[in-house]
Design a protein. Structure first.
Lengths: 426, 566
């Protein structure tokens, strides 16, 4: 039985993105894919504004736009669009993502995907709507859709499959580390291409790289009899040591990485000295929050609160065990968090992208949690980047002239709030 | 149903959020799934709001739907307790509107002391602009109260709003002008206005409503209901600003003369008083347009696309004050197309006018025209990058790069200088251009790899594939088979994405294949200055197709150059 972690669940009135945002990295990760979102103007506006930074890239995603006349039809007709996408983008696989409106319309997505799927270009249904999915969570849905296309591995094929999308540099780092420890690797889920999916069977050890993939991990156990490693996620010296030692143990390799961990901590001493005793408040929405809190605590900071959209007692068991004593909140009420922040005066708030500037405006040092999702923070090689994300905001604000904190410098910026009152006690 | 990528306008709930975030002590509540709160990001990131935007999502989850839970009353109570607004506007989202819940009842059940208005914004029928204008007009109708006029001349300024294009800067420019004239500002709305301020609107002598998109209907209501005179023109450019000043003073003096105790009439002060130091030209544009350096702008064509106000204002400015020929103009606000077209009579022919909210149609038109200057939105920057064209942003939607810190209005004398500066720095420079034309690269050639990379989708595979020729093909197709632009777009809409693949649906209709370049042809092309090379390549390929030439040699290139007079 997983240990009984203490966390509270609030009413979920919080700022976040829906699962469609995962498309931002998944379409780039799976290089021969196309992501088609059955959605509305809202979905298109969301993607445009959250992924606007990538406008000069060559996007392999689009919205199949539901307009008023389409609302009355029982099942949307997307065959022409699938044909157009196939003709122009030549994808090996098309992911058909749900969104809120077709969910409310009760579109039968499985059937819709099957009706346009071909053996040459499978069309796979991915639940991603904001009614049920937050931010990175829909990567879980995408990976579940890929399971049937992973070759069946024979029972005696005992190798590791790393679970979660990471960039090529991180993947190379994990391959290198595994070979150094003598751990045989079957591959990554997802792979860079649809036809490179790793074989998975009863002998496979699934090593989760991302903390938002509980369902696909569970399904790999159910469908393929694979073993899901329960460890820390490979963030920070402490996380990496546990991750690799636990993984080695699955291959009957006795590995002691205590020196490696110590050396890694020593390399970031300049950062941890700065973090020592600092009060950190995590109020973000990426689902990376639990391992981030565990790492920053190990680095010497005091974690006042860690909130995250969802906590899975089993999948996050090891992280939760190390967060004993920390106030953990699922689906936090943001207004309550503002009162807590005013009361407890954290030195650093890891927030979501929506609330970062307003928090700073209220006199708080805030850092976008989103940046952790888009940075190479995994593994031994990622330790420096990881800790740097925590200290960068602290250092920058410390260097700025305190003169700038006077509210006068924000006068007139926001028409409806001419004066911003700092978040202070009482 | 159609495939879509870029949207010119935001959603209806974004429009509601813009009005609520502009005003003081008002708040928007979105009855919506959690992701719909993404609109907050646009405010906190683009406007860098130091406060929390005045909008809260009352989350509707799948579990709530299954259980029949309605969180709206609880959310409303929380918003009232934490933000103490005078007014909360509730709006449904594209998904929750299908549930056909009675939000009025839910709002009443919450038992709030503050006013709650459920705004019926059907997201399938209205988008950002219509929702914002509709809500703001409804609020003015609701709150504006009969009252005596102010004793001294005063005006309302309606239209400036959160995330309005350069709205804060325009407001500063207008305030500067009014201060110089000695005219008081009664109320600015929605920017910074409270509900009480809306009540005071009818005290003004006149309403300034410079934006076609926001504030106009409210000004019309004040005119009809309270007899408040209104000035609807946008003072974009020097001449329009002078005319606007005359109209403003004339109307104010007329209003003043009707008062029981008429104040002394307002007079236009010496124009130098409108300058920043009070002793210089109020704008440098009239002289700048006459300088020798502007000679190189002669014959440079511009294409203008944006909302209604800025498309009209900027097109006239370029033509009237900088003397640039207009290759075409248009708007994505399809409902305003007739107005824009009529305003641009004499500037843009009907054939050169484009009204569409489909990004790809605009991109195609720009690809056909290859103008020296594109004035557009953030999307047209995207297109300009593909075609290697000069683009300046004159209208929403914007990118963070358009939200600069310095004072950059579009309205008034100050605005004329800002626009003219943007034009001259966006276009290639004058004498320097001649030097490069005459003597090659002027050391700038080194820059090319980066430029070529960014334009890679266009120039991929020896210029043979890709978007540039597609646009030309579209133009060639049009007269022969009479396809309406809409048909072409629904056909080739996927190429809204810079795919590098030619949409087969269109190429099939064209007999000529894309010409191939020989090595000596490419070498000759290289001698054309890099910043016009992309456009030259397109023109030469067009010439080759029109003349049935399959292979472009150096000889063909020279012939084409002669033919095109380039």
């Amino acid at each position: 039985m997983p240990p009984k972690a203490q966390f509270t669940r609030e009413d979920g009135i919080y700022h976040s993105f829906c699962g469609l945002v995962s498309v931002g990295w998944l379409y780039q990760k799976i290089k021969d894919s196309f992501f088609l979102i059955l959605g509305t103007h809202t979905c298109a506006h969301l993607l445009q504004n959250t992924m606007g930074v990538m406008i000069f890239a060559r996007p392999r995603f689009a919205i199949s736009l539901l307009e008023e006349a389409d609302l009355s039809s029982a099942q949307p007709a997307i065959a022409d669009q699938i044909a157009e996408i196939t003709r122009e983008h030549h994808p090996s696989v098309i992911f058909l993502l749900s969104s809120c409106t077709p969910e409310v319309m009760k579109v039968e997505f499985e059937g819709l995907a099957q009706s346009v799927s071909t053996p040459e270009v499978p069309v796979l249904f991915v639940p991603a709507s904001g009614l049920d999915f937050t931010f990175s969570q829909s990567e879980d849905s995408v990976l579940q859709a890929l399971i049937p296309f992973c070759p069946q591995a024979p029972p005696d094929d005992k190798r590791v499959v790393f679970l979660g999308s990471v960039n090529d540099a991180i993947a190379d780092d994990f391959l290198f580390e595994a070979s150094r420890l003598g751990i045989p690797v079957a591959g990554f889920l997802p792979a860079n291409h649809f036809h490179e999916l790793p074989p998975i069977g009863p002998g496979t050890i699934i090593a989760p790289l991302q903390p938002f993939l509980a369902k696909v991990a569970n399904q790999l156990t159910n469908d393929r009899g694979a073993t899901v490693m329960s460890s820390l996620f490979p963030f920070g010296p402490d996380g990496c040591r546990a991750f690799w030692e636990d993984l080695a143990a699955h291959f009957d390799l006795k590995v002691d990485l205590s020196e490696r961990e110590a050396a890694s901590w020593a390399r970031i001493k300049e950062h941890t000295d700065l973090l020592k005793g600092k009060k950190v408040f995590l109020s973000a929405d990426t689902l990376l929050e639990l391992p981030l809190a565990r790492f920053i605590r190990a680095a010497g900071a005091e974690v006042l609160e860690c909130s995250t959209p969802y906590i899975n007692r089993r999948f996050h068991a090891r992280e939760l065990a190390l967060l004993d004593g920390v106030r953990l909140v699922e689906q936090a009420n943001f207004e309550r968090q503002l009162r807590s922040i005013a009361e407890e005066q954290p030195d650093l708030v890891i927030s979501n992208i929506i609330t970062a500037n307003p928090l700073i405006g209220h006199g708080v040092v805030a850092k976008w949690g989103t940046e952790f999702i888009f940075s190479p923070i995994h593994g031994w090689a990622g330790v420096n980047t990881l800790v740097g994300l925590f200290t960068r905001a602290l250092r920058r604000h410390a260097r700025l002239d305190p003169l700038g904190s006077d509210p006068v410098w924000m006068a007139g910026v926001m028409p409806g709030a001419p004066e911003i009152i700092p978040l202070t006690r009482g | 149903m159609r495939l879509a990528y870029w949207m010119y306008e935001g959603t209806a709930h974004h429009g509601v959020g813009r009005v609520m975030n502009s005003m003081r002590n008002t708040h928007a509540v979105f009855h919506a799934p959690q992701g719909d709160g993404y609109v907050n990001t646009i405010f906190t990131m683009l406007e860098r709001t130091p406060g929390f935007p005045a909008m809260t999502t009352s989350v509707v989850s799948g579990t709530d739907l299954a259980r029949g839970t309605l969180r709206l009353p609880e959310t409303l109570r929380q918003v009232e307790a934490t933000r103490h607004p005078d007014l909360i506007v509730v709006v449904a989202s594209c998904s929750t509107i299908l549930l056909q819940e009675n939000l009025e009842i839910a709002a009443h059940q919450s038992g709030l002391a503050c006013e709650v208005m459920v705004y019926d914004a059907n997201p399938y029928r209205m988008q950002e602009t219509a929702a914002a204008e509709g809500l703001f007009t409804a609020l003015v109708k609701k709150y504006a109260t009969p009252q005596p006029l102010t004793s001294l001349p005063s005006v309302n300024i309606l239209g400036p709003s959160s995330l309005g294009f350069h709205a804060r800067h325009d407001l500063i420019s207008l305030r500067r002008i009014l201060k110089t004239l000695g005219v008081a500002v009664n109320v600015v709305a929605p920017w910074g206005a409270s509900v009480d301020d809306l009540r005071r609107l009818p005290a003004a002598w006149l309403t300034i409503a410079p934006y076609r998109e926001l504030g106009r209907l409210a000004a019309e209501h004040l005119e009809a209901q309270f007899g408040t005179a209104a000035l609807y023109d946008a003072p974009i450019g020097v001449q329009p600003t002078l005319r606007w000043l005359d109209a403003l003073l004339e109307t104010l003096n007329t209003v003043g003369s009707r008062l029981a105790v008429p104040p002394s009439p307002l007079k236009l002060p010496p124009l130098t008083e409108f300058s920043l130091d009070g002793m210089s030209a109020p704008s440098n544009v009239p002289w700048f347009a006459r300088t020798a350096d502007m000679e190189s702008f002669t014959g440079k064509k511009a294409f203008v696309f944006g909302d209604a106000t800025h498309t009209v204002g900027v097109t006239k400015f370029l033509a009237d004050e900088l003397g640039m020929p207009i290759a075409g103009a248009g708007t994505y606000l399809v409902k305003e197309a007739d107005w824009v077209r009529s305003q641009l009579q004499g500037y843009v022919s009907d054939a050169d006018f484009l009204a569409t909210d489909e990004f790809q149609q605009v991109a195609d038109r720009i690809g056909q025209l290859r103008p020296e200057l594109v004035c557009g939105t953030q999307m047209e920057r995207h297109t300009g990058r593909r075609y290697d064209l000069n683009v300046m942003v004159i209208s929403s939607p914007t990118h963070i790069e358009n939200h600069l810190l310095a004072y950059r209005p579009f309205l008034g004398f100050d605005g004329a200088d800002v626009i003219a500066d943007e034009v001259s720095t966006t276009c290639t420079l004058g004498m320097e251009k001649h030097l490069i034309d005459m003597f090659g690269d002027a050391g700038l050639e080194l820059v090319e790899p980066a430029a070529a990379e960014s334009a890679e989708p266009v120039l991929a595979s020896n210029g043979n594939a890709a978007v540039a020729p597609v646009a030309v093909v579209a133009e060639l197709v049009k007269p022969t088979n009479g396809h309406a632009p809409e048909e072409q777009s629904s056909n080739g809409n996927g190429s809204a994405l810079p795919t590098g693949a030619a949409p087969s649906g269109q190429t099939a209709a064209v007999p000529a294949v894309n010409p191939v370049w020989t090595a000596d042809g490419e070498a000759m092309l290289k001698k054309i200055p890099f910043f016009v090379r992309g456009r030259a390549r397109g023109n030469i390929e067009k010439y080759a197709r029109e003349h049935g030439i399959a292979t472009i040699t150096a000889e063909v290139l020279l012939a084409a150059k002669e033919h095109l007079g380039a």
